[in-house]
Ligand binder design. Sequence first.
Ligand SMILES: Cc1ncc(COP(=O)(O)O)c(C=O)c1O
Length: 433
Amino acid sequence: MDTTDSSDTLDLAALGGASISSVLGRYMDKSWSHGIGHRLYDTDGRGYLDFANGIAVTALGHTHPRVTKAIHEQVDKLIGPVHALGFAESTVKLAKMLTATFPEPLDSVLFLNSGSETIDGAIKLARRATGRPAIICFRGAFHGRTIGATSVTSSSLNYRIGYEPLLPAVYQTVYPAVYRYYAGDEQKAVADSLKHLDGLLMTTVAPSQVAAIIIEPVQGEGGYYPAPAAFLQGLRERCDKHGILLIADEVQSGFGRTGQMWSFEESGIVPDVVCVAKAIANGLPLSGIVASTDLMTRWGKGAHGTTYGGNPVACAAGVAVLETIHDENLVENARLRGAELLGGLRELMADHPGIGDVRGRGLMIGVEFVKDRASRTPDGATADAVTARAVDAGLLLLNCGIQHQVIRWIPPLNVTVPEVEEALAIFEGALKG
Ligand SMILES: Cc1ncc(COP(=O)(O)O)c(C=O)c1O
């Protein structure tokens, strides 16, 4: 093969299909050339408004100048990890800046490489620090694909089939997905889900055996369902009462996405452990487990580790991300643009009975398709068709939910008013088919 060919002249889908493992699932099979700002360009030169962002990863848009500059500068200084020998400047700087975004006592971070790794690490931390075996997780959760993360994931059977036995002592309880399971009745969702958890602790696993409860404060892959504040408060109370650690998975919902820096802030609770990844370095592989110094100390020196985590280049990008979020008021922008997007989508819902619900916080919004509003039967086929038509019309969207019935809206945090309007106009066309 002539390796001097530009990627713009190659059929990447055909070549990749032949040489990249088919185990990877894809929403589409396009050949991508480059990204600039909020547009992703295919190899035919067509630009798409990117509201997918590699699933909430490039939260500042593609090749953000500040992030790119920081990466270039760091590449000339130090690329490789120096963990085993000491500390690198950008890693220390990011640790300081990142932990400063959390309420007390969350003041310590362990950098890793991916979201899944933070979940496995958090499970290990909880087990070692409490000396207890059990983990409680939620129906419909997605925490990743490593074996520990798989054990607490149930957003799709395909993530679990053929991998059992998974981790032992993992118990599942009900997530308060207000629209899907409680006909929109938030109070009932909170009461019933807490009752289910209490029942689990009374009949199935003794609280004294539970190391941690792990939750996505806004359930992501499972269907973009925000947990009501009262539910998270109820979890916190139970964790405090029984000495159980509360782990918040903010991998998708964090970094300002929901109009708060961290989505758990909406409820006023403080988790014991927070898992962060995705937007942290705007595309470079980096993630982190955040907890108090006290808890990290109880984990024990050398009890966990990493070769690449906290890589200086990824951390330099992470510093630029946090500086940009701060300097450009992007948490506020997520709140404002999110309200506009939510309002626009709700207007469209009024004319489209196939849309059963439009919900979300900030720029993490789900549009759920149903066969009819009375039965709320999920309609994944229509959601898939609408997404495909939006993509054809130049807007990249992704689906989620057990039957793909939810179209998720995760535009970049610095999305503009005209881009929100452009996306709504394309979506309106896609709805009409
Ligand atoms: C909430 C949540 N947790 C964990 C993960 C796993 O992250 P990764 O794919 O980086 O391992 C994801 C990925 O989509 C996620 O959305």
